[in-house]
Design a protein around this ligand. Structure first.
Ligand SMILES: *Cc1c(COP(=O)(O)O)cnc(C)c1O
Ligand code: SF4
Length: 343
């Protein structure tokens, strides 16, 4: 690592420890460097991107592959866990490396010196798998970050998916609009706008402070290109684990035409214990936001079950059985009301 990068990390109160930086990839985009400069070590953006000595602490329950992708990968670049949809990961690098990343053992430039992008042959293999499985209705481009590939490569992949009849929906998951908004350029926008099937883009963003002028501009252009915009966030201790932060984030997104889709409970990735939140606390946050935010602004609170068993909602339950004849429903203010079961 360059001395300049080390100094930058240390100025922001982070750790540039060799063992840490050789284990987990570090990178911040030039855009983010300008945004991070002069912030304090407990700033929500600094916490997301600047390495911390806490990452060297591991618990026995943490895993290399916390959500069990490996168990469901039939060919390189594909994870097929649910019958109707696959993850397609053409690239394993990102514009930035989030310190809580659930794929932190897989992403980054290291990977035994291998290429960042799937080879042409591997891409063909992944596309052939998708073409051969007529039950695949939705393809989710993820990574790494699929929007770091060139517009030409993106165009190639989207055109091929366009031609597979049973694929009706394509979803892209990306950190680029929030972490490197200048990458959202005319070429990328024109590739996205040419795609004729339903195209969704889930923007990874965790804090309202990330909605800078540049990020807002990128989101507006993406919207104008006809892509349907969603967001996904990770619930992170000392970054966004309070009602005010989540409210500001979700309201900010909805006002930009982005529907908050998922709030992920943090995964059991190695060295990420300092980001973890109790499930009860996450549920209390969701309870607090219910009624205070419109349905448009409320994402689902999700857990990815370790081992590859898929995602489940963790939202609080508002209804319970009351004796044999009734239910009790709790409203958003805590009031309790009877509700009859269907006769
Ligand atoms: C998260 C995930 C999906 C997408 O799940 P949705 O609930 O549809 O957003 C699909 N496949 C795998 C393997 C996943 O991890
Ligand atoms: S952008 Fe996604 S895959 Fe890349 S480091 Fe962040 S969380 Fe991990």
């Amino acid at each position: 690592m360059k001395a300049k990068d080390k100094a930058f990390i240390e100025e922001l109160g982070g750790s540039a420890d060799e063992a840490l930086l050789s284990r987990y990839a570090y990178r911040v985009s030039d855009y983010l460097k300008s945004k991070l400069a002069n912030r304090s070590s407990n700033d929500p953006l600094v916490k997301q991107y600047i390495p911390s000595a806490s990452e060297l602490e591991q618990s026995e329950l943490e895993r290399d592959d916390p959500i069990g992708d490996g168990a469901h990968s039939p060919v390189k670049g594909i994870v097929h866990r649910y019958p109707d949809r696959v993850l397609f990961t053409p690239v394993h690098v990102c514009p930035v490396y989030c310190r809580y990343c659930f794929r932190r053992e897989m992403v980054g430039p290291k990977d035994g010196g291998g290429a960042a992008m799937l080879s042409q042959e591997e891409l063909e293999g992944a596309l052939a798998y998708i073409a051969s499985r007529t039950d695949i209705y939705e393809v989710i481009l993820t990574g790494g970050d699929p929007l770091v590939i060139s517009s030409k490569q993106l165009d190639f992949i989207l055109s091929r998916l366009q031609a597979i009849e049973h694929v009706q929906v394509v979803r892209i998951h990306s950190r680029v609009p929030a972490a490197d908004p200048m990458r959202v350029d005319e070429k990328m926008l024109s590739v996205l706008s040419r795609f004729e099937k339903a195209l969704y883009l889930a923007i990874h963003i965790n804090h309202a402070d990330e909605l800078s002028m540049e990020v807002r501009g990128a989101i507006k252009q993406l919207r104008a290109s006809g892509v349907i915009l969603l967001s996904q966030s990770v619930l992170l201790k000392d970054v966004n684990d309070n009602e005010e932060a989540l409210e500001a984030l979700f309201r900010g997104l909805v006002a930009l035409g982005v529907k908050p889709y998922y709030l992920h409970h943090p995964d059991m990735a190695r060295g990420t214990g300092h980001f973890r939140v109790n499930i009860e606390d996450g549920q209390a946050l969701m309870r607090g936001l219910q009624g205070r935010l419109s349905g448009l602004a409320l994402p689902r609170y999700m857990l990815d079950i370790p081992g590859g068993y898929g995602k489940v909602p963790l939202e609080p339950i508002y209804i319970r059985r009351k004796g044999d004849i009734l239910y009790e429903v709790v409203d958003y203010k805590g009031g309790v009301h009877d509700y009859p079961p269907k006769k």
